[in-house]
Design a binder for this molecule. Structure first.
Ligand code: BDP
Length: 681
């Protein structure tokens, strides 16, 4: 198995009894009309059932008096609780009726029914309803025109720009199927560090060709824009968002886009961020920039996603505070068509961050949460890190913005402040590798993001269970150990990589440990800026005595995190500079506690290897060997991380490694030499 089919495998169900029972309820598929979306739904059902049941199921235009089949119906009656994309699957007069108010809803229902079968759930007396909790469920591809992917670890871009628009790689359709199976309905096809090229007529035709494939699966295409495009491709002298000519240029360009892509989704913008130009270059603010684009989109059904990932090169500033400092005052100033897209944490997709303080602080501005699915800071495509617990940790964090229980999820899904536009974005981990994601287990992260974007109340465990059952094995005795290791994998990674609130211990490509890194064009691009180790202790003081970033949170949150005694240990060093000798709630000193995390983290990878060994006979051999080898690398690198940290920090802490742990059998210099190899050009 080369992994290409993802979780849509549709292999024959082994249990003949089950197969026959299912087959009795799936004797035909009835679908009226032949719209492309409904055709996609019935094609998927037909192919899926063929595989799962081993028999061909006819597609009829009308069920007539027949029973024992599956009926697809777009209808407005009898579905009061569903939103436009929600579906119902109901056993009715000896048929299974999949209904929804739109064609996309029915398509999602078709995938949901297949999932029932793939996970061996009963098919009798069905009464399932489900509506997505957010409206825009998006992937952000950081793909460049030259086919490279920023922070991509699974090959090149899926989009073959030089072949488009004439040749449509069959893979585009499979990509769309996979997304639709999760309910993902939006895709930004190019990097946020955007090239102007995508707004040229030449490239818009290529983008339109992709949109043509995705449309059939309920997916709209979006573009990241280069803010100065009116200059670079429009020949204007300025890109000032208040300049009438600039505004006209965007209005005309948007018109052109919609003439080629009538259901174009809108623009994603990274501006005045990490060197990308933006409205501030002209003395304007983020709202001025976003509102100009919203005005251009006004005649159409598109939106602007304006990113809040900003931090100025101020040597005295705390980067943690930057986004709220720039965006807080703009609350209420954005056009109705604008969503501000906020990374889950205040810094930058670290293995563990507290939630971004923007959530809860911008009641009048719809905020989307942006997660990173690609494992830029999570061991690339080599380390196994199941990300659902990371996503959930953020979504379930309590902002206390409107009293207890105002979770980030409720801010994002609009229930807290009544946002009209709601969105969740994930930076994609897909690429041209045959198995899409490089690490076979990383497919689960794409899956988990999509499922949570649809319904953030699903548990990490339920999602892992589904994914393993659909993708790797239906054997319960194998599903359990794999799910176990997935659920623990994120904490294991954090333990050897950035425990207790450490962050950003690397520079460059974000691969090798470099906690000693102290030279860079700006201080917040060094590692020492973040951990602040000295002879007394370690950690970033963000209390009132330090940067006071904590004051950006609601009082109830501050209360918990302000005091090192009550601050949860996983966040401790995010907010406090703690003495090496300080006794913690665990009974250990800070130094001993840190060592314990580094050592247990690295040792836990051996536990993961054992879990994986156990399931050898239940897993496809190619996948088994692939993952086993990656776990070997992961173990080697986990020890590398551990050694780098303990040897480096020991120079400040001047404490022995706890007696229960074996001292590293190399010196700090040895580790540094190893890291240097990865930094060579
Ligand atoms: C950082 C990545 C960088 C992205 C940036 C962003 O290292 O490649 O361009 O985020 O989100 O984590 O804009």
């Amino acid at each position: 198995d080369d992994g290409y089919r993802l979780w849509l495998k549709y292999d024959l169900i082994k249990d003949a009894g089950k197969r026959e029972a299912y087959a009795r309820s799936a004797q035909f598929i009835a679908v009226s009309g032949n719209s492309p979306v409904l055709k996609a739904a019935s094609d998927e059902l037909k192919n899926g059932l063929q595989g799962l049941l081993g028999k061909s199921v006819p597609v009829l235009a009308n069920a007539g008096n027949r029973t024992g089949g599956i009926i697809l119906a777009v209808t407005n009656t009898g579905l009061p609780t569903l939103n436009a994309e929600g579906y119902q699957i109901k056993s009715q007069s000896n048929n299974i009726v999949i209904s929804g108010k739109t064609e996309s809803a029915v398509l999602y229902g078709a995938f949901a029914l297949l999932r029932q079968l793939q996970t061996l759930q009963p098919m009798a007396n069905l009464a399932l309803t489900s509506s997505p909790k957010v409206r825009y469920r998006m992937l952000n591809h950081w793909d460049n025109p030259n086919a490279t992917i920023e922070r991509g670890y699974a090959g090149e871009s899926l989009w073959k720009w030089y072949e488009l628009p004439e040749r449509l790689d069959p893979r585009y359709r499979d990509y769309a199927r996979a997304n639709a199976s999760l309910g993902i309905n939006a895709t930004v096809v190019n990097n946020v560090n955007a090239s102007s090229r995508f707004l040229t007529t030449e490239y818009l035709h290529k983008v339109a060709a992709l949109a043509g494939v995705f449309r059939q699966y309920g997916i709209r295409v979006y573009l990241s824009i280069y803010f100065p495009a009116p200059k670079t491709i429009g020949g204007l002298k300025t890109a000032d968002p208040l300049d009438p000519e600039v505004r006209k240029w965007w209005a005309d360009k948007t018109k052109e886009i919609y003439s080629l892509i009538p259901d174009f989704g809108g623009f994603l913008v990274k501006a005045n961020s990490e060197g990308e130009p933006g409205p501030q270059d002209y003395g304007r603010n983020h709202a001025d920039g976003a509102n100009m684009l919203a005005e251009a989109l006004k005649p159409y059904d598109g939106i602007v996603l304006w990113r809040a990932f900003v931090y100025k090169a101020d040597p005295k500033a705390d980067r943690f505070k930057a986004a709220l400092e720039e965006f807080g005052d703009l609350d209420g100033k954005f056009d109705k068509k604008v969503i501000v897209q906020v990374k889950n944490g205040p810094i930058d997709f670290q293995p563990r961050e507290p939630f971004s303080p923007l959530f809860g602080k911008m009641p009048k501005t719809p905020l989307a949460v942006e997660f990173q699915i690609t494992q830029e800071y999570l061991g690339f495509a080599t380390h196994m890190v199941y990300e659902a617990p990371l996503f959930k940790e953020c979504l379930e964090s309590d902002t206390y913005a409107k009293g207890k229980g105002t979770t980030v999820a409720k801010v994002v899904d609009g229930s807290a402040f009544g946002y009209e536009l709601t969105a969740m974005a994930g930076v994609a981990n897909t690429g041209s590798d045959r198995n899409w994601t490089g690490h076979p287990m990383a497919q689960a992260n794409w899956y988990a993001f999509g499922r949570l974007a649809w319904d953030h109340t699903l548990s990490s465990e339920a999602i892992a269970n589904e994914w393993v059952t659909m993708t790797l094995t239906t054997e319960p005795k194998a599903v359990k150990p794999i799910t176990d290791m997935m659920l623990k994998s994120r904490d294991i990674y954090v333990n050897y990589n950035t425990p207790m609130g450490l962050s950003r211990p690397w520079t460059g490509v974000h691969f090798a440990p470099e906690p000693w890194q102290n030279r860079s064009p700006r201080p917040d691009w060094t590692a020492v800026y973040y951990h602040r180790a000295d002879s007394v202790g370690i950690g970033f003081d963000r209390t009132a005595k330090g940067s006071d970033a904590l004051s950006q949170y609601a009082p109830a949150v501050q209360q918990q995190w302000n005091n090192p005694e009550t601050c949860p240990l996983p966040y401790l060093l995010w907010f406090h500079h703690v003495a090496w000798t300080k006794k913690l709630s665990t009974g250990r000193s800070l130094w001993d506690e840190l060592c314990t995390h580094f050592y247990t983290g690295a040792d836990s990878v051996i536990w993961m290897q054992k879990q994986w060994n156990q399931v050898k006979n239940e897993i496809d051999p190619e996948t088994y060997t692939n993952v086993a080898a990656r776990l070997q690398t992961q173990h080697k690198e986990a020890i590398w991380w551990r050694d780098a940290w303990v040897l480096y920090l020991q120079e400040y802490a001047r404490q022995p490694i706890p007696a229960s742990y074996k001292k590293p059998d190399r010196t700090l210099d040895d580790v540094k030499k190893l890291v240097d190899v990865y930094l060579m050009r």
